[in-house]
Write a protein that binds this ligand. Structure first.
Ligand SMILES: [Zn+2]
Length: 284
């Protein structure tokens, strides 16, 4: 694609990564959009002109991102930022991707996957162009094929040929989820997984709240958990130990870093029907 050499970047030492970008001059970068922006910011901070690198294209995905964010990445890194889509159950990134036309939908690699969109409530296939939940069937995957696998991701399909000349179906960028899954720094997190971690720790009440935000360009997760009266009136050190334990367990089991705050009994809002445990303050 675009005759590019690709350098995958996922965590590690940022300064070193910027040095690699400078010294080896790759023309493409593949990471999450927020990490691309983070690199741009870090570059500025250490005095590297990130627009003068050899980079020409960013293959970015694994989290929702807005057109504003795309524009910002394109300006700060002087690249064309393209969206890539995939899910680990299928093959990871590479199920669909934007072509060099950009902003025109993501081409689904239909020689490997059959794509459908369904009404998430009735399961009925929706007409092309209408929003529905993406469903994939793998055609070439060995050992672990998937048949009509529901992704939980909402999108629209476009079947008319693209301006680039390709005739495979295109999907619009993901507009949301049909379930309550959160994507935090590219990691899929279900509130129920956090609940399981909390329930395994003694003295915690089953009331918690997850606050997701974006600081600078990176997602943050705060977990507020109610503790019993006895624990809450205990020494600060005891509370801090529990907070550390929760943060460690969440990191170990789910792979995400969270700030944990223990709160007084009955201080979190109660809900009569479905609990609103997640407050997502990110404006994507
Ligand atoms: Zn195209």
């Amino acid at each position: 694609m675009l005759g590019a050499s690709v350098i995958p970047i996922s965590g590690g030492n940022t300064k070193r990564q910027i040095m690699i970008l400078q010294d080896f001059g790759p023309t493409a970068i593949c990471c999450t959009p927020s990490y691309a922006l983070y690199l741009a910011e870090q570059g500025e901070e250490i005095g590297v002109d990130m627009t003068s690198l050899n980079l020409r294209v960013g293959v970015l995905g694994a989290e929702p991102w807005s057109e504003t964010m795309r524009q910002e990445i394109e300006n700060k890194l002087n690249i064309k930022a393209l969206d890539i889509y995939g899910l680990s159950e299928v093959i990871g990134p590479g199920v669909a991707m934007e072509c060099e036309e950009g902003r025109n939908g993501l081409h689904v690699f239909e020689d490997h996957f059959i794509v459908e969109t369904i009404n998430p409530i009735t399961g009925e296939v929706v007409p092309n162009g209408e929003e529905g939940e993406l469903v994939f069937t793998t055609l070439t995957k060995e050992a672990f094929p998937l048949i009509r696998y529901r992704t939980g991701d909402m999108s629209r399909l476009m079947k008319e040929p693209c301006r680039c000349g390709r005739t495979v179906a295109r999907m619009a960028r993901i507009s949301g989820r049909s379930d309550d899954m959160l994507i935090i720094r590219g990691v899929n997190v279900f509130p129920s997984q956090i609940e399981n971690v909390l329930l395994a720790i003694e003295g915690l009440e089953p009331h918690y709240q997850l606050i997701v935000d974006r600081e600078g360009m990176l997602d943050t997760l705060e977990i507020r958990v109610e503790v019993s009266e006895t624990i809450f009136s205990d020494e600060i050190r005891t509370l801090q130990n529990i907070e550390r334990r929760i943060a460690k367990d969440v990191k170990d089991y789910l792979g995400v870093t969270a700030a944990v705050k223990l709160v007084e009994p009955k201080s979190l809002q109660r809900f009569q029907e479905k609990a609103q445990r997640v407050v997502d303050k990110r404006h994507i």
